[in-house]
Design a protein around this ligand. Structure first.
Ligand code: NAD
Ligand code: DAU
Length: 330
């Protein structure tokens, strides 16, 4: 099986590239290498026989048409993925998450690609006070990020219904693990805590997220790709719900810091209060998360503790400007 994986130099995409190669697939990794794309994330497989890298934008129709030749499936991870950046400037979110997805779909249709997998997010459903979202629930995104991902999902469904493209959508919950860009809650708080810096908790910190370890998320995508029904959506949730304040306290305990590092700052605009997913549909295909949250968060903190060479260059580069803009005025 030959796969075109887009965004394979990012956090989840790089874990999926590793998984796909370990399963004997050939992988073409097409990535624009934005601030979030890091060739280091796939350095361990860069010389594998079955691996090839293409430096390109998913919105570049010519580059995509060339890359798609001979592939059996496209797995689209490429996206602008951070809610706070979408609030500072939504433009690139539309270019990549909406236009880029449409370009990939057209390339898949034209080349007759056998399966299209759209890696989406639980954020498209919006916030839920009680219970859990099912795949049949309406979407109601809150942020420019989640609206751009919802736009991508709707196009995928349209290409399936109108052109008969064989496509599935996965909607994953909050993912954590090694190689996550340190703008997201867990890697930001872990690396700040390791350096004795403040942990900026938005609002009261009682927002709830449903956490999943990155390898469990990738297994869920693999299951939907290989066993999912065309035209269907599959929720991929870890089932571990926890308020941000609890996550923060765990990180302080695991890094040997105390609560004096916690700083409550102005809340995120349009901040969703709670996410939760019903994963019955994916579980019916045999998938279930393998790692307990306790074990996975401890291993993740350990990874960042041992890999300063991975995150220190990131946090001293372009990131500083973003950090000032995001947290300076709060
Ligand atoms: P990330 O920000 O770490 O990586 C994104 C990757 O996409 C980078 O390598 C970047 O260079 C690449 N990219 C961005 N724009 C591109 C373009 N126009 N053309 C080609 N490549 C481009 O993201 P992530 O956290 O690994 O998320 C991957 C996917 O999973 C995204 O689609 C995201 O919406 C989805 N998702 C993420 C989470 C999460 O918690 N991180 C949860 C559910 C779903
Ligand atoms: O739910 C899936 C989504 O999870 C993915 O689609 C997104 O790509 C991914 O970024 C993530 O979105 P969130 O907005 O939930 O994740 P983030 O890590 O940015 O924030 C998690 C929670 O922590 C959220 O309630 C906001 C809060 N937070 C975040 C940061 C960065 C803080 O309190 N302080 C912070 O500095």
């Amino acid at each position: 099986m030959k796969l075109l994986v887009t965004g394979g130099c990012g956090f989840i995409g790089s874990a999926f590239v590793r998984l796909a190669l370990s399963r004997g697939a050939e992988v073409v990794n097409l990535d624009k290498l934005t601030y979030a794309g890091n060739p280091e994330n796939v350095a361990d497989v860069a010389d594998d026989e079955g691996y090839r890298f293409v430096h390109a934008d998913i919105a570049d129709a010519e580059a995509v048409a060339a890359a798609v030749k001979g592939v059996d499936a496209i797995v689209n991870f490429a996206a602008e993925s951070h809610v706070d950046r979408s609030i500072l400037d939504p433009t690139e979110f539309i270019n990549t998450d909406v236009v880029g997805t449409a370009v990939l779909l057209e390339a898949a249709r034209t080349a007759g690609v056998g399966r299209f997998v759209q890696v989406s997010t639980d954020e498209v459903y919006g916030s839920i006070p009680h219970g859990a979202f099912r795949e049949t629930d309406p979407i109601s995104p809150s942020s420019p990020y989640s609206a751009s991902k919802a736009g991508g999902d709707l196009q995928v469904l349209a290409w399936h219904r109108t052109f008969g493209l064989d496509a599935v959508i996965t909607r994953g919950s909050n993912t954590f693990g090694p190689r996550q860009y340190p703008e997201k809650l867990i890697p930001l708080f872990v690396t700040n805590a390791l350096d004795g810096l403040q942990l900026p908790v938005y609002g009261d910190g009682m927002q709830v997220r449903d956490w999943i370890y990155v390898d469990d998320h990738c297994e869920g995508i693999w299951t939907a790709m290989t066993l999912g029904e065309a035209g269907e959506v599959y929720n991929v949730g870890g089932g571990h719900e926890e308020p941000n304040m609890e996550i923060t306290r765990r990180i302080l305990a695991l890094t040997g810091r105390d609560e004096s590092l916690i700083r409550h700052v102005a809340d995120r605009l349009g901040h969703d209060r709670r996410y939760a997913l019903d994963t019955t549909r994916l579980r019916s295909l045999g998938w279930e998360p393998q790692r307990s949250f306790d074990e996975a968060i401890a291993a993740t903190v350990e990874w960042y503790r041992d890999r300063r060479a991975w995150w220190e260059p990131i946090k001293s580069g372009e990131y500083r400007r973003y950090y000032e803009e995001q947290y300076g005025a709060r």
